[in-house]
Design a protein around this ligand. Structure first.
Ligand code: MN
Length: 317
């Protein structure tokens, strides 16, 4: 029996309430320190579908700070999804991919068993603004091969705005980027004071991240940087922009992810031992993660593991 079947069987009736998840400021550290607004994971909610990490940043004027500079670092058991509103980031990974992340173009990197990558904003970038998202890989695929996909979705007209569907299906558009569990990822623009109703998959739970504007999601107010969560069971989502200027949102969704995961630093596993093993292999520079070519500097060392065992966390019910 698959975990998805278990999940559907246990899905409760739709909760009409929107859970408002506030962002917390997290300094990323490093020589060009950036602060991001993190809405997943948090104490009250670990995941939305397989989405397990939501960082939102900017608009930051980076002309004086130099912008983003993340040295080669490893990942395991996850996919990274990069989506920009403004700016440009140069990506290099141990698959040999050298790509630019540009506004409106999704870059999805599958770590599988292990990958390493670096992310550096380009010299021409004066403003950085976007989201960095992670997707947890299900047990049967978490040791899959490294992979990379790029897609620039054409905007789809909505009555009251437009959508750019970077993963999954919404408003009649389907992203060609494959996923390992059913997922949705889309940028939405709502015109001033517009109300938009979207058909959605009732098997999905959803999260709506507000970038700009004041929003009503199913009647609940959401402010910029907040993430509104809705349980499965809905066939439509109704969004209202209560401001007199365009609003920008990121809509995430997926079927509930029923496995417990351990997230630590840049790794996702199932047990403390999985994480400790990945850390040991990164520190020893084994072939598991490979090498990033072309980054002008050293790779990031892993931090020390905490003194107590890492605990698995699962879906919030
Ligand atoms: Mn990364």
């Amino acid at each position: 029996m698959s975990t998805a079947e278990t999940g559907l069987a246990e899905t409760p009736a739709a909760d009409p309430r929107v859970e408002v998840l506030p962002a917390r400021d997290v300094p990323l550290g490093g020589p060009r320190a950036m602060t991001v607004r993190r809405t997943l994971p948090q104490r009250s909610r670990t995941m939305i579908g397989a989405w397990c990490f939501v960082d939102h940043y900017g608009p930051d004027d980076v002309t004086s700070t130099g912008g983003m500079d993340v040295a080669p670092h490893p990942h395991t058991g996850l996919q990274t999804v990069s989506w920009l509103f403004t700016g440009e980031i140069e990506h290099r990974d141990s698959l040999g991919v050298h790509a630019l992340v540009r506004p409106g173009e999704v870059n999805l990197m599958t770590s599988g068993h292990g990958i390493a990558h670096s992310e550096v904003s380009t010299p021409a970038t004066t403003v950085l603004h976007g989201v960095q998202l992670w997707v947890a890989l299900p047990e049967e695929h978490r040791h899959t091969a490294r992979d990379f996909h790029h897609h620039a979705p054409a905007p789809v007209a909505l009555d009251g705005g437009e959508a750019r569907v970077f993963l999954g299906t919404l408003a009649g558009d389907t992203s060609p980027v494959p996923t390992f569990t059913p997922l949705l990822g889309a940028e939405l623009l709502l015109r001033p004071n517009a109300t938009v109703t979207l058909d959605v998959d009732p098997a999905f739970e959803h999260g709506l991240l507000v970038d700009r504007g004041d929003i009503l999601l199913a009647g609940t107010p959401l402010r910029p940087a907040e993430l509104g969560y809705l349980a499965p069971g809905r066939t439509t989502l109704t969004l209202t922009n209560t401001t007199g200027t365009d609003a920008r949102l990121v809509l995430l969704g997926g079927t509930p992810f029923e496995e417990q995961i351990v997230m630590w630093w840049n790794f996702i596993g199932r047990t403390h031992e999985d994480i400790a093993q990945a850390r040991t292999e990164w520190q020893a520079a084994t072939d598991r993660f490979g090498a990033v070519q072309g980054y002008p500097g050293d790779r990031l060392p892993a931090p020390e593991l905490p003194g107590t065992p890492l605990k698995p966390r699962g879906r919030t019910r």
